[in-house]
Design a protein around this ligand. Structure first.
Ligand SMILES: Cc1cc2nc3c(=O)[nH]c(=O)nc-3n(C[C@H](O)[C@H](O)[C@H](O)COP(=O)(O)OP(=O)(O)OC[C@H]3O[C@@H](n4cnc5c(N)ncnc54)[C@H](O)[C@@H]3O)c2cc1C
Length: 303
């Protein structure tokens, strides 16, 4: 529930707000119950106002990127879900080799912008269906590259509404982790440093990455990508397959036949189905191989 005064503030702010909005419309899994308000915020001023009001009233708020690494509860997400749009989707070249991108912009747009400027280094991110903010939060990576390799700095809103900046190692990046995972801060924009490269070479690298994805991943079904982190010394998908779990399902949630590290939604899977399947996979893999599979996908929402 959100108060009438907060509702009014949101309606009058520079944002597009949807009340009682199903989160299944905003997650790549196509799963998730309703949120009290899904709010695409266009300006920093509006973002600050809305977060300050939430904090003053004790209303929950959650910053979402493109919802590609989330499993939202069937009971929904109370309070406000904030997506960064408008001004947060700007992108520009800074000096010769740097690009500054709003946190709301997709990695796809960053990759295309970089290619068109003849700047290489972001090709690994082609095909990761997240936003720049979500990628920094998660330290997203693929095919030998990670966002940490290119991030120079990020600006963020701290819990008290101050704009601050983090540089290089201050991000505390590690495998699928950044300092943002441990704070309630909103990433506003990110500066990356790339290297001059021919547009053709960048194009072929991007195409190669996408070909590999299409070959290996079930891109025709809703999912949140790899459900589990890579355990040290193993591949999650190989362990799951070894344990005979490929294709196993709970309701409409299924361990993908194409890539055992993915769980796909075959139609009407609920968050409960996915969670149950995750637990089953973790349990069997632990019993048969002794390896603990840790979730990469983030669970959010009401129990
Ligand atoms: C088909 C498919 C393939 C995938 N392949 C890969 C892959 O190769 N490599 C990989 O690493 N991941 C992969 N993923 C997972 C996912 O795309 C990444 O984790 C991505 O970085 C998530 O970004 P997002 O914008 O969707 O974040 P969301 O899923 O919306 O959010 C993830 C977390 O980031 C936080 N967050 C997002 N934006 C901000 C912000 N501005 N400020 C503060 N916090 C924020 C959220 O609160 C949440 O905790 C894949 C997913 C799918 C569906």
């Amino acid at each position: 529930m959100i108060s009438e005064s907060l509702k009014e503030l949101i309606i009058n702010a520079d944002c597009n707000a949807f009340f009682d909005e199903p989160m299944s419309l905003h997650t790549s899994f196509r799963i998730g119950g309703k949120t009290d308000c899904f709010c695409e915020v266009n300006t920093l001023e509006s973002l600050k106002k809305i977060i300050a009001a939430c904090r003053a009233e004790g209303t929950e708020y959650f910053i979402i990127g493109l919802g590609s690494n989330l499993l939202v509860s069937d009971n929904g997400l109370s309070g406000i879900v904030i997506k960064l749009g408008g001004d947060f989707e700007e992108i520009s070249q800074e000096g010769e080799n740097r690009i500054r991108c709003g946190a709301g912009i997709s990695l796809a747009k960053l990759c295309l912008f970089a290619k068109n400027k003849g700047l290489g280094g972001a090709e690994f991110a082609w095909g990761i269906p997240g936003s720049v903010g979500g990628a920094v939060y998660m330290n997203a990576g693929a095919y030998g590259g990670e966002i940490k390799d290119i991030v120079v700095s990020s600006r963020y809103l701290d819990e008290d509404g101050n704009i601050r900046e983090r540089i290089g190692e201050e991000h505390d990046f590690s495998y699928r982790h950044s300092i943002y995972c441990t704070r309630r801060e909103t990433i506003l924009d990110v500066t990356v440093e790339l290297t001059p490269k021919s547009k053709n070479e960048i194009f072929y690298l991007m195409q190669d990455t996408m070909d590999k994805r299409k070959k290996k991943q079930p891109l025709n079904r809703p999912s949140a990508g790899s459900v589990f982190k890579r355990p040290t010394g193993h591949y999650a998908a190989a362990l799951i397959e070894e344990c005979g779990l490929k294709g196993v399902s709970v309701g409409d949630a299924q361990v993908s036949e194409k890539h055992s590290g993915f769980i796909v939604n075959n139609g009407k899977a609920s968050a409960k189905d996915v969670k149950e399947l995750i637990c089953r996979v973790q349990q069997v893999v632990k019993e048969k191989t002794g390896v603990d599979l840790e979730c990469e996908v983030k669970f959010v929402g009401e129990a």
